[in-house]
Unconditional design. Structure first.
Length: 422
């Protein structure tokens, strides 16, 4: 099936989905959840092919972690799907309603976006997340994953489509997967220019992918951001809390977009905090340190392979690995200025005992999620109670932050009259 045929099929699916009730969609999604559970061995077998290929190609283990599936992660995928099933269907929700002086009744209601496309890298769990959110919100979806995860995605989509075909009221035309060829991105160009066939496209991946989509798309784009996230340690911070949060936000899963890439330390506490940080990280993270931070960290006896002077390329860099920029700043205002100049408007955090500094930080930082005394790792659809997510929107129009079901709807006005003319 070529792209043009997929567009036609998806449009047909979107029309069918728009007429389904929440009960119908939930029953079908439960059938999909059961099918994924029953056929997990097929998914794991396909995923193992992708992992072996990635290792043969010399892919970093931190990136292989994004690609990898196991029983625990499949359990998580199914759990997220069932959380989506349990959520209120936004389609048909009346956002506002009023009556005009001439007697017209006007209602603003939520409706699906229509036909969506998502272009994403690795992470085959996104395949299920994107599908279930789109289906529940009444949208058909075109999936364009990476060649590195193609076997995994193909197996998952086949299971989903078979389940949709077998389920009473299922709409198998609601999902299509692009046949990806390595090093060939002509299909991406075609999707980005499919005006009238694709209603909205979402890029989910690294900075290069996102910029390419934003710059070349002729169809509407919901921009999801790469994650250059910062952690600022204020002068009043509880240092034990600070190092615990830094460890979680950097080391737990360094390849994800909500992991921190830069730690800023207030000059007044840097001599105390940075040695604690070096001891806790214990050679697990390579520090790219500015001049002031370098001198402090060097005195702790760090090995040369875990401490290097920062260069211009490190400022605003997304490492996606066990590496981190460390910089000393004068105060909260300098931290805010630096973050706003180098972040991707994803997630930022301050560790402080000062209510005034916390309020200032949250008010002035330009990002979709701004934390006080918490890890940036919570920027996630599941952690926000959305179940799955389609991505973290870093734009300011329509949707911002983790994108759940409501973010995949728009509104239209329904006007009822009794013969009124103007």
């Amino acid at each position: 099936m070529n792209l043009e045929e997929k567009y036609i099929s998806l449009r047909k699916g979107s029309v069918q989905l728009a007429l389904q009730t929440a009960q119908q969609k939930n029953a079908v999604l439960e059938s999909v959840a059961q099918a994924l559970d029953k056929n997990r061995s097929e998914i794991l077998k396909a995923n193992e092919q992708d992992i072996q290929t990635a290792r043969t190609n010399g892919t970093k283990e931190s990136l292989i972690d994004r690609l990898m599936l196991d029983d625990k992660r499949i359990d998580g995928i199914i759990s997220s799907l069932r959380i989506v099933i349990a959520q209120t269907d936004p389609v048909g929700e009346e956002v506002a309603g009023w009556k005009t002086p001439n007697g017209l009744t006007i209602r603003q209601v939520r409706v699906p976006l229509g036909v969506m496309a998502i272009i994403y890298e690795s992470r085959p769990n996104v395949t299920v997340d994107a599908f279930c959110l789109a289906y529940k919100s009444g949208n058909a979806i075109l999936l364009r994953g990476s060649s590195s995860a193609y076997n995994s995605n193909k197996a998952i989509v086949k299971i989903i489509k078979d389940a949709l075909a077998a389920a009473d009221g299922g709409v198998p035309e609601a999902i299509e997967l692009v046949d990806v060829k390595e090093h060939d991105h002509s299909d991406v160009d075609a999707i980005l220019t499919a005006v009238g066939k694709i209603d909205v496209v979402l890029p989910r991946g690294g900075k290069k992918l996102i910029q390419s989509v934003v710059q070349n798309a002729r169809v509407p784009v919901i921009e999801t951001g790469s994650g250059v996230c910062h952690l600022y340690i204020d002068e009043s911070a509880n240092l034990e809390m600070a190092v615990n949060i830094a460890e979680n936000a950097k080391i737990q899963r360094p390849s994800v977009c909500n992991a921190i890439e830069c730690i800023l330390a207030n000059r007044l506490i840097a001599p105390q905090f940075l040695p604690i940080l070096a001891k806790r990280f214990a050679g697990r993270v390579k520090f790219h340190a500015d001049k002031e931070a370098y001198e402090i960290l060097k005195s702790t006896g760090l090995q040369e392979n875990t401490l290097v002077p920062a260069t211009e390329e490190d400022y605003g860099n997304e490492y996606l690995d066990y590496e981190c920029l460390v910089k000393v700043v004068a105060d909260v205002n300098e931290a805010i200025e630096y973050i706003n100049a180098h972040n991707t408007k994803h997630s930022e955090s301050i560790i402080t005992e000062s209510r005034a500094n916390a309020k200032l930080f949250q008010a002035k930082i330009d990002a979709s999620c701004v934390y006080v005394n918490a890890s940036t790792r919570f920027t996630d659809g599941g952690e926000f109670g959305f179940g799955a997510e389609l991505g973290i929107s870093t734009q300011k129009l329509h949707a911002r932050g983790p994108m759940g079901i409501k973010a995949l709807t728009t509104t239209k006005y329904l006007i009822d009259g009794e013969g009124q003319i103007r």
